[in-house]
Design a protein around this ligand. Sequence first.
Ligand code: ADP
Ligand code: MG
Length: 729
Amino acid sequence: MSTIREQLKLKAIHRTKRKIPPMKDSHGKYLRMSDYYGENVFDVRKAPSIPEKIRKEIAEVSRSGRHLSKENAEVIAKAVMEWALDKGASHFCHWFQPLTGGTAEKHDAMLSFTADGKPIEKLSASMLLQGEPDASSFPHGGSRSTFEARGYTSWDLTSPLFLIEGENGKTLCIPTAFVSYYGDALDVKTPVLRSISYLDAAATKFLHLIGHNKTTHVQVTVGPEQEYFLVDKAFYYARPDLVMGGRALFGNKTSRNQQLEDHYFGTISERVLAFMQELDIELHKLGISSKTRHNEVAPGQFEVAPIFSEGNVAADQNMLLMSTLRKVAEKHDMVCLLHEKPFAGINGSGKHLNWSMSDNTGLNFLDPGHDPQNNHRFLAVVAMIIEALARHGDALRMAIASHGNDHRLGANEAPPSIISIYLGDTLNKIFESIAGGKTFTPSDKTYLDLGANQLTQLMMDNSDRNRTSPFAFTGNRFEFRAVGSSQAIGFPLSILNTAVAEVMHESNRMIEADLKAKKSVDEALLNLVRKWYSKSHRVVFNGDGYSEEWVKEAARRGLPNFRTTPEALKVLADPKAISFLTESKVFSASELTTRYNVMLERYIKCREIEFETLLSMINQQVLPCALRYRRSLAMTIKALKDIAADTSVEVDIHHKVESSVAQLYRATHNLAEEVKKITHDDLQKTSEKIAKTVMPLSLEAAKFCNELEVLVPEDMWEIPKFYDMLFLR
Ligand code: ADP
Ligand code: MG
């Protein structure tokens, strides 16, 4: 008789790889990526079926805040419907990002009847433009009572419509914002759009002031790299903790984890590659420019990264990418784990938010060019970003706070919970010399000497990589690395945009004053560099962010270090810390209160789910396995004694099991008692209590589970181990 776990292992090992037929045309010729790229996307700003005049109006409307004329909206709705019907869609939905951390959709058939009762397909302008989902069932942080449950979704003209393919039909998805009856944003997208406009205004003005007359607008560019784990479905369903909360609540790491550094960029296993290939086809059809795929640091961990795009679209597409990851994994009998720390002791998952700004002429604000020390525009922009981080590091830390990210930040494999900025050697020296009034002489070693003439020469990057920094300059962009893998990037993105825009607006006023005083543009820019860098270089850190010294050094520098979510969220209750968000009108005060409550509540609820799950797994899985083993040891000892044989080894093992069981039992009791006491009256206090008191108790219980996992023989332990989940597929 094999145990459940053995059966699961056999299942996972013997899966047949899913093969999808290659994409070919009617003549049997292979389709290229470019043939099917974006086939499930409808971008009203580009669609040939919409008259050019109307497309121009759409572009104008999306920038000016004017409304689309009713007639034109009807033309667009008709074109959208025809496209969707031709593609085989029957339903449409307003797709939005409520404050649940996920997306929401309510499907309606594009069905109507003529006056004489004949069924017809219909998508009217009003159906396209606006929806009215019941807002009371989405998180609103107590900002509204349920009797005023009205909420509206409103079409976002700047994000392409797309089709979701199900097994038996297709649905047209309309990206929308989601607001309450009183116009409060109950979603992630609305503030993102506001922050993009706010930054656009500042950045366009900046370029105008310094003489770039061809600039009409500036876009935020974003490329999110997404890390994830894949686990065979069989193990997943045998671990309630993974199903309920996406994280293994106990389990020992295996002997070979990532210390050999052989998984990162290693050869991709066939089953995983089959998954990645199908994933890329699906993403490309959805117009998501998946570009890079590779193994990540931990066994069972992988990454996918698209080519960067407009911030708002990137934020929507990342949500879509996460759901596509889950959907395709399922087809391959695997489950995609997006949690920040599914397995304690090995690498967690993040979402590197690559961020820059570029104008309509293609000028990238963060491109240092060949001669960075004389690129004063670039240096001034970096200086503004340094200032923004020094001022609002606490808000940025808040923006990435979640129970999942708490396990990752500062865990010696991810950036610490201290927000600092990495510039790299060259840039740092340039700033130091400008601030010190010295001239910077670049070192002439711009090519790497590889000592092998057969190889092409490699240009040396202006910045080396620093994986330990939460916010690093990486050559032509900044990379906000502390963002959590399961998170909607829209929230941190809106905070980052606003922080930088605030400093940029101030900088513009300083430039104006300098120009008025007859200073040159160059002088004005250098003044900015000097001013911001001298004021705020404390936030610049180029060393090892994982080190204990940095934690001490950061404290000396007065940089905040919020280790847990409840601490970080306090920022949202501090009027001074968040005034930049309300003054810029990116958030209203009540919208921030909403987020404060929703995030605290989410923290508490997710932790409660974890505690309850852990307790039931201990009682129903861990203890029964351990007690069964103990009984068999006792029986063995008894039998050995009957024949007067030596029982010292058995007795010793029995002692160990007995002791772990007793300690686990006590720890479980303590945890259960504390969990019972959790109330939801004062969210801040409750969340702090959970972080400070209840979490350590659950870790204590997990420790004894781990002890037993090691003691109980392989054929008696029914719960999938890290070994199974990370190595067998
Ligand atoms: P790495 O592992 O070196 O960080 P990747 O290729 O995995 O590199 O990811 C880099 C990401 O940064 C990609 O999504 C890329 O498109 C994005 N990126 C590159 N340039 C910019 C830019 N100017 N603005 C925003 N994102 C950018
Ligand atoms: Mg990167």
